[in-house]
Design a protein around this ligand. Sequence first.
Ligand code: GDP
Ligand code: MG
Length: 278
Amino acid sequence: MAIVALAGNPNSGKTTLFNALTGARQHVGNYPGITVDRKKGTYVKKGLSLEIEDLPGIYSLSAYSSEEVVAREFLTTQSPDGVVNVVDGSNLERNLYLTVQLLEMGLPMCIAINMMDVAETRGMDIDHKALSRLIGVPVVPVVARKGQGIDELMEVASGLSQSTQPPFRISYGSDLDQALDVMTSIIERNPSLAEAARPRWSALKYLEGDQVIKDSIAKESPKTDQELSSIALELERHLRTTLDTYPEAMIADQRYGYIKSILRQGVLVYRKDRDAPT
Ligand code: GDP
Ligand code: MG
């Protein structure tokens, strides 16, 4: 059975969606060795049958909390057939920070914009088609609490593994982009590295100072780690001298900037008439 993982920020409505999709067909357990809940269930409808995994809620794909470690492990090692990024539409800007990181992983992904009812009462007009066009993956508006849009969502999610997604890229500025390109090709040239499956994402993580990626590369190939490390150090030195910043901060800033620019291209408009009688 195809596996579909639900990934999103805490309180984006993942579990509500999971319950609406799976009803009583659920298994709840624990991930080995830690207290993070593991919820699996099946969605069955109209000849479609999918295994749904409700991943722990996370704000980013770093490895600072056990939730992040679990979600990341699942996404990188279980290679789900589809990832549904559940986004709280009433907090669109903040939620898209994780979206950008998931897109950078390059997994077959679609977005469920949840809480469309809340967004509506707050006078937010969300153009999901514009968002889809700008970021290159399908976007489905849903109201998980009422079960609205969830069958359309599963239809889209089930087709993800057969569709081709354009590679998602944002620019981090010329200095960082250049380092990123070189690091990506170094990782790519080492097919024995697990990171070679997601070379650009791994290079980005390396520049963010991600210890899990660094340790993993160092263990498999100390020479590769040395090459990457010297590029990262050189970039760090250069960014400190020229812009008084460092790679991790620059990456976060550019992601936020990208999200702002997306929202301003017609994706999010606040209605002026929201108090008008209907
Ligand atoms: P999770 O942390 O991502 O698993 O989020 P939950 O499923 O626990 O949902 C967080 C809160 O949002 C709960 O109080 C839900 O009832 C509520 N919620 C979930 N989906 C919707 C929705 O579409 N509309 C509204 N108004 N509330 C929702
Ligand atoms: Mg939950």
